[in-house]
Ligand binder design. Structure first.
Ligand code: DC
Length: 219
């Protein structure tokens, strides 16, 4: 069967990953969480004390090994040979991921990995610039939004459920700062592709959003 891709973009906490996982399951295709790639760079930057300078990071990336592997269909991230799939979810890493994702050298280093994964298997990819930059010819494109408060509540509940000691106001401030950075960066900013279908998930469950997307795909 022909390879096809579904791009889901949107701001942090809009429910992209939950919806993307549901869709991948329903359709029997792969799910690529592209934020995990940027978080892996962020983790390396955090651990190694990198500063946000394109030339410096470009050199440092040359000796950094980032791999995406699918084990039993589930994405795992490797940094210099270490499985960092869980470590990249810890609070603090997202901020580094967002800051370093603004550098052109980081975006170009991760572009090939994303395109290769999408070329090899039909996939749902979620991120910020999948429909506009990574896969401008993706067969299906969606842009998921929700209010900052709803997104902060969702992220708070997610981290709380993992047993982490989190503070709602800090999470909301982190999301607001990331929105600002993701929307205003020079390269591949967060933006709805002209041909993407926008869905506001404020009053919808992830299951309802996935159903709506399935209805578009079937059409
Ligand atoms: O989706 P996430 O919260 O795991 O992403 C972490 C950061 O990575 C996010 O703040 C912005 C960046 N990112 C990006 O710039 N482009 C993508 N396609 C995915 C994520």
């Amino acid at each position: 069967m022909k390879v096809y891709n579904i791009a889901i973009d949107g701001p942090s906490g809009a429910g992209k990953s939950t919806v993307a996982k549901l869709l991948a399951e329903k359709l029997g295709i792969m799910y690529l969480d592209t934020g995990a790639l940027y978080r892996t760079v962020g983790l390396k930057a955090m651990r190694s004390g990198w500063h946000e300078d394109n030339d410096f990071v470009s050199g440092a990336l040359a000796s950094t090994d980032i791999k995406v592997k699918f084990e039993n269909g589930v994405q795992r991230m490797y940094l210099d040979g270490e499985d960092v799939t869980e470590a990249i979810r810890l609070p603090g890493v997202s901020d580094y991921g967002s800051r370093f994702s603004a550098l052109p050298c980081v975006r170009s280093a991760l572009l090939g990995l994303q395109r290769k994964a999408a070329e090899e298997n039909s996939s749902v990819l979620d991120g910020r610039d999948i429909g506009t930059c990574v896969l401008p010819d993706a067969e299906y494109k969606f842009f998921l939004t929700a209010s900052v408060d709803n997104r902060a509540h969702r992220r708070y509940n997610e981290l709380k459920a993992k047993g982490l000691d989190v503070n709602y106001d800090e999470i909301k401030a982190d999301i607001t700062a990331r929105d600002e950075r993701d929307i205003n960066r020079m390269v591949s900013p967060l933006r709805k592709a002209d041909d993407a279908v926008e869905i506001n998930s404020d009053y919808m469950t992830a299951e309802e959003v996935a159903k709506r997307i399935m209805a578009f795909i079937k059409k």
